[in-house]
Ligand binder design. Structure first.
Ligand code: COA
Length: 389
């Protein structure tokens, strides 16, 4: 039986900072950001947005279109910027989306990797009971310290994927190559709102994990490199995909021209350049970018997915694009979402950076600001209160 991605939808905030603004403030050549790390803009959430409102906003078009929302048996919420140490962000999203009480919900965490774990678990559930569908939501706000080297690689975004039997978009093949290793390249202790990262080390571990996961995939009889037409890499910044792809091609002594190598990844990068890092969501926003921006019909083409989460866990797997996929995409809505965003100046960026994080249990009402369908209206007695806009 074929199992895979039946629907995909993403959301990002209405606000973005052009990295030219940041470069001017820091007196840095903007080409370092635009070319050196491959990022042009970064999304900044409004004060009344968080991973719950963004994740629910991403999933809403999928849930609305389902004739039987009760066929969603499970909601898996992947995030590394969760809002509670105990309660799953998914339970808040479940309520906002009006999902049935018979739907199981859980949150998954392993840095930027957990959406891939969620998808693999979802595929296993659907393989057991093909009539059920699993909603995977990946939602994150990437925040680094001001004036740190990670600052230009911030961003925010959420993606929702419906996993089902006989999927309309991408069939996921069962084989995976894996690599897990206890390393401290990126982490966020419970008392910190921003991540700690050893950036150069993390890119090295990313490449090492790619090699190990790919070799594990091949050792088990995985497909050869030349069978793949496209590669979706985890995208902490889009230049990372170019580094990763060059690494993989070199490892296999692949004889591709620079243009041929670039063509295997370039369409995956279009949205992330403008959204910034969205941690768990980033590779799957890259998939939406590929499906929606490919210059030709890519039906039947094989995509290699490399998912990486610092700390670290990595996975390589393959997916095949289903013929007729184009008619099920949300290309227009996604491109409108990005085109209609509002650019902010540096002062506004600093205001948005300091999002509300009260710890006193008092009543904190949050002014309405998001243009999304859901908002965090208040934090009262330590409880987050969400509402539809
Ligand atoms: N024009 C073009 N390119 C330029 C440039 C210019 N004017 N100035 C610098 N560059 C290039 C550098 O040569 C370098 O390219 P290379 O990587 O091919 O060597 C690139 O821009 C980055 O410059 P560098 O000085 O290495 O950047 P940095 O010290 O500011 O750090 C990161 C870059 C990516 C390490 C940093 O942004 C970071 O830590 N980001 C977070 C990392 C992360 O998310 N890790 C999680 C992994 S999943």
């Amino acid at each position: 039986m074929k199992v895979g991605i039946d629907d995909i939808s993403f959301y990002t905030s209405n606000y973005y900072l052009d990295l030219r603004t940041l470069a001017e403030v820091h007196n840095i050549d903007v080409e370092k950001y635009y070319v050196g790390i491959g990022q042009e803009q970064m999304g900044m959430p409004a004060p009344d947005e968080d991973v719950v409102t963004m994740g629910a906003a991403a999933a809403l078009p999928i849930v609305r279109q389902l004739e039987q929302p009760e066929s969603i048996s499970t909601l898996l919420f992947a995030t590394e910027s969760g809002i509670d140490q105990s309660k799953s962000a998914g339970v808040f999203a479940h309520q906002l989306l009006g999902l049935p009480a018979t739907c199981r919900v859980v949150e998954l965490k392993q840095a930027c990797y957990s959406a891939t774990a969620a998808i693999q678990m979802a595929c296993a559930l659907v393989a057991r009971q093909p009539q059920q569908r699993v909603l995977v939501i990946a939602s994150d706000i990437a925040r680094y310290d001001l004036d740190s080297s990670g600052e230009p690689t911030q961003g925010c975004g959420a993606v929702a994927l419906l996993i089902a039997a006989n999927p309309r978009l991408v069939e996921i093949e069962p084989l995976s190559g894996l690599h897990t290793e206890d390393v401290m390249d990126f982490w966020r202790p419970n008392y910190r709102s921003t991540a700690l990262v050893d950036g150069k080390y993390s890119t090295k571990i990313y490449l090492k994990s790619l090699k190990s996961a790919w070799q594990h995939y091949r050792q088990q009889g995985g497909r050869s490199l030349r069978e793949f037409a496209f590669f979706c890499y985890h995208l902490p910044f889009t230049r990372m995909a170019q580094k990763a792809h060059a690494h993989l091609l070199k490892l296999e002594s692949a004889e591709l021209t620079a243009a041929e190598a670039e063509a295997q990844i370039t369409d995956t990068l279009q949205y992330n350049k403008r959204i910034g890092n969205s941690y768990t969501a980033s590779m799957y926003i890259g998939l939406a970018s590929l499906l929606e921006n490919a210059r030709e019909d890519i039906s039947e083409k094989l995509i290699g997915f490399f998912s990486y989460g610092s700390g670290c866990v990595a996975e390589f797997y393959a997916g095949r694009v289903v013929p007729g996929y184009q008619q099920w995409l949300r290309k227009h809505e996604h491109q409108q979402l990005l085109a209609n965003r509002q650019q902010v100046d540096y002062q506004t960026y600093r205001r948005l950076y300091a999002y509300p994080n009260p710890v006193d249990g008092q009543e904190h009402n949050i002014a309405a600001e998001t243009t999304g369908p859901f908002r965090l209206a208040a934090i009262n007695q330590h409880k987050r209160i969400y509402q539809a806009v």
